[in-house]
Ligand binder design. Structure first.
Ligand SMILES: Nc1ncnc2c1ncn2[C@@H]1O[C@H](COP(=O)(O)OP(=O)(O)OP(=O)(O)O)[C@@H](O)[C@H]1O
Ligand SMILES: [Mg+2]
Length: 424
């Protein structure tokens, strides 16, 4: 049994502030797992403090005099990660002028911390599973099986079970890694720890820059406890640093504090409502998404109308064949009627064609169609850019999470950031 005093001394040694039951439980599990060789999976939101746990586990283990290497799997390009982790033979790929040892070889007898394990490519996951199962690995470009004795500690801020469901993460590896799970709670679940941490960061600032520390009034403390802190402790530290630097008045009331809390697109600080992240996605953003989907249908519909003009009229057969598209058009109508005047999209070519088909030559209609399509796509591009910027701000410029919110791949997001010249 681990005594409370032992937990306290670990907190002091690793600079961990807080006393919430969830935090204490996580530290206790880490201490119990340390002396074993069991694989540990640390989960928790970004900025919640997972890194210290990997250090606690290695430092309290019998491997403490061995090497400890921390690797961010998300930061190593897919093409080189196998070679970084397992080494390569000379000439095994272009540029491999010399043979190289990988981290699993040089850390023999020590521990490896695999951060952002959810980003590991599937091929590398297969190699990792093998090394976890029987300590065996093969260098890239070699056929010789080598042995190593490394303890693996992994961490992730994404839901690995979901990644398994999506086929991005091997199920067998997930269970193998998750032998000892440690859950690092988000800041909003740590109650009074939030104000303790604020005080600690404000004191650190005042010691470093020789200024009077800022202090929160009671109502400011209350407001801080209600805030949801998507960026967790990393965000709280930035907040304390900013206020310490910029505020002349060292007593901070809630009005002042609120000015520093990032706002949602509806211009309100992101207070914790007990809803999960998904539910809190802004309603307007969802409407924009609907618009994007509808844009595709509209373009298809326009093509159809033009085709029918070219072939001598909108036949009822075509209308029937594409009844689903025409139904969507009615939804667009409802949607538009309920929208504020300024945000209504440009009228559809279908209306123009329907009302005035007698007076237009087909090539005139095509011209209008192109013009309107350009108008529509311009305003949709503006909206798309706006959405991307919002998603990036909401996720503190973390592309991975912004892409997830937008429902697009990280690669597409990257391309769009370039296309719209967005400065992060
Ligand atoms: N309990 C704590 N007391 C004091 N400082 C803390 C505590 N937990 C975390 N920190 C500090 O908060 C910052 C963020 O922690 P850390 O880097 O471990 O987050 P993380 O969970 O690894 O996030 P990510 O998933 O984004 O990598 C670090 O500067 C860390 O020192
Ligand atoms: Mg980290």
């Amino acid at each position: 049994m681990i005594a409370d005093s032992e937990i306290l001394s670990i907190k002091q040694r690793f600079g961990i502030i807080g006393n919430s039951p969830l935090l204490n439980h996580a530290i206790r599990v880490a201490m119990q797992a340390s002396p074993t060789d069991m694989t540990v999976l640390i989960t928790g939101e970004s900025g919640s403090g997972k890194e210290s746990f990997s250090k606690i586990i290695h430092s309290l283990s019998s491997r403490k005099h061995g090497k400890f290497i921390a690797i961010n799997c998300g930061a190593i390009p897919e093409g080189t990660i196998d070679s970084e982790l397992f080494g390569h033979e000379k000439g095994s790929f272009t540029g491999a002028h010399e043979a190289r040892k990988g981290y699993f070889e040089v850390t023999d007898g020590g521990s490896i911390f695999l951060d952002e394990i959810g980003e590991m490519p599937l091929g590398t996951q297969a190699r990792l599973l093998r090394v976890l199962e029987n300590g065996e690995f093969i260098k890239v470009g070699s056929s010789k099986v080598q042995k190593t004795n490394v303890r693996v500690i992994a961490a992730t801020n994404v839901n690995l079970i979901k990644a398994v469901e999506q086929g991005k993460f091997r199920e067998d590896l997930y269970y193998r890694l998750n032998t000892v799970p440690i859950y690092v709670p988000p800041l909003r679940e740590r109650g009074e720890d939030i104000t303790l941490l604020f005080r600690k960061f404000a004191t650190d600032f005042s010691d470093k820059y020789k200024v009077k520390p800022v202090q929160l009034t009671e109502d400011a403390k209350e407001a801080l406890l209600k805030y949801r802190f998507p960026g967790n402790i990393r965000q709280l530290k930035n907040l304390a640093d900013q206020i310490s630097l910029l505020e002349q008045e060292r007593e901070i009331d809630s009005a002042t504090l609120l000015r520093y809390l990032p706002r949602n697109s509806d211009n309100l600080p992101a207070f914790f409502t007990g809803k999960n992240e998904k539910e809190s996605i802004n309603e307007r953003d969802i409407l924009y998404k609907v618009l994007f989907d509808m844009k595709k249908d509209m373009t298809e519909l326009k093509k159809l109308v033009l085709e029918s003009f070219n072939s001598g009229g909108l036949s009822s057969q075509i209308m029937q064949q594409h009844a689903d598209l025409f139904e969507d058009m009615d939804e667009v109508g409802d949607f538009e009627r309920n929208m504020p005047e300024a945000s209504k999209p440009a009228p559809l070519i279908l209306d123009a064609a329907r009302d005035q088909s007698e007076d237009y030559e087909v090539d005139q209609i095509e011209d209008i169609s192109h013009e309107m399509e350009d108008d529509n796509s311009l305003s949709l591009e503006r909206k798309e850019k706006e959405m991307i910027i919002k998603a990036l701000q909401k996720n503190h410029n973390k592309r991975k999470y912004a892409a997830r919110d937008l429902g697009i791949s990280e690669r597409t997001l990257y391309r769009k950031i370039k296309q719209y010249e967005i400065n992060e």
